[in-house]
Design a protein around this ligand. Structure first.
Ligand code: HEC
Length: 234
């Protein structure tokens, strides 16, 4: 037994003597039992490279390359890229001192923007919430329960940013219902804001102030030949 212990002690001593302690600094290359990936036949971005005629390792973009993402330009002129994942424009809110601050639609709302929202709403939301947003879409008829009326009290109280957050991240308020899933992966950021704008227009259409007088003149359909009609407008 004694010899075994001495053997183990000597073995351990030899390993330490040869390999050193963990964390020891040495100028010699490390022992590599299995070759690591420290040395690879790769090119660093600015490294000269004889393979290409222009001698560069990073080649310029091919003419006509299409960017994967365009920045959104906010009403204040700020450019926000999709990779700025924590930006309020991309999330609908910013956290300040632990409090959630929802933002309003950050991009200029134009007629074509709302039209785009209407189209996207038709694709992604109508199956459940219905074309008018009152929660009676076709999916509900097949047993999907808990779909909300977008003209309901809670939906009317949502800020633009809160609406954007629900579209992006989904919402589940009951443990027994399926809830709504987030659509961030299938609707891009600008389109989600466009849907917010359209939902606002839908909601406005049922509120007390949705009167003809409140519609800007340029959106009114001109009445046909007013002179020839006897009475004119009501
Ligand atoms: C698969 C069905 C389904 C689709 C598609 C769907 N929703 Fe929902 N939505 C729900 C359900 C269910 C709820 C209730 C979630 C909860 O709180 O449990 C809900 C809740 C909401 C709410 C919250 C309303 C409130 O009163 O709290 C909003 C706003 C909303 N949806 C908007 C949208 C928009 C905009 C789209 C399209 C991008 C959309 N939904 C697509 C099923 C859906």
């Amino acid at each position: 037994m004694r010899y075994v212990l001495i053997g183990i002690a000597m073995g351990a001593f030899m390993v330490v003597a040869l390999a050193g302690f963990r964390g020891d600094i040495s100028r010699k290359p490390p022992l590599e039992v299995i070759p690591d990936m420290d040395r690879q036949p790769k090119l660093r971005p600015m490294e000269p490279n004889a393979f290409f005629k222009n001698g560069l390792s990073s080649q310029p973009l091919v003419e006509g390359t299409v960017a994967r993402s365009e920045p959104l330009v906010t009403a204040s002129g700020e450019k926000v890229y999709p990779f700025q994942t924590n930006h309020a424009v991309n999330k609908g809110y910013k956290i300040v001192d632990g409090a959630t601050n929802f933002v309003s639609i950050p991009i200029p709302v134009t007629m074509s923007f709302v039209e785009r929202g209407r189209e996207r709403f038709g694709i992604s939301c109508v199956p459940c919430h219905g074309a008018q947003g009152d929660g009676n879409g076709i999916v509900g008829k097949f047993g999907f329960s808990g779909i909300r009326d977008l003209h309901g009290e809670t939906a009317l109280k949502l800020s633009d940013g809160a609406l954007f957050k629900i579209i992006s991240e989904g919402q589940k308020s009951s443990p027994t219902e399926a809830g709504m899933m987030g659509y961030a992966s299938s609707i891009d950021i600008a389109d989600r804001w466009a849907i917010v704008a359209y939902v606002r227009a839908l909601q406005l259409s049922r509120l007390g102030d949705a009167k003809k007088d409140n519609v800007p003149a340029r959106f009114l359909i001109p009445e046909k030949a007013p002179e020839s009609e006897k009475g004119g407008a009501e």
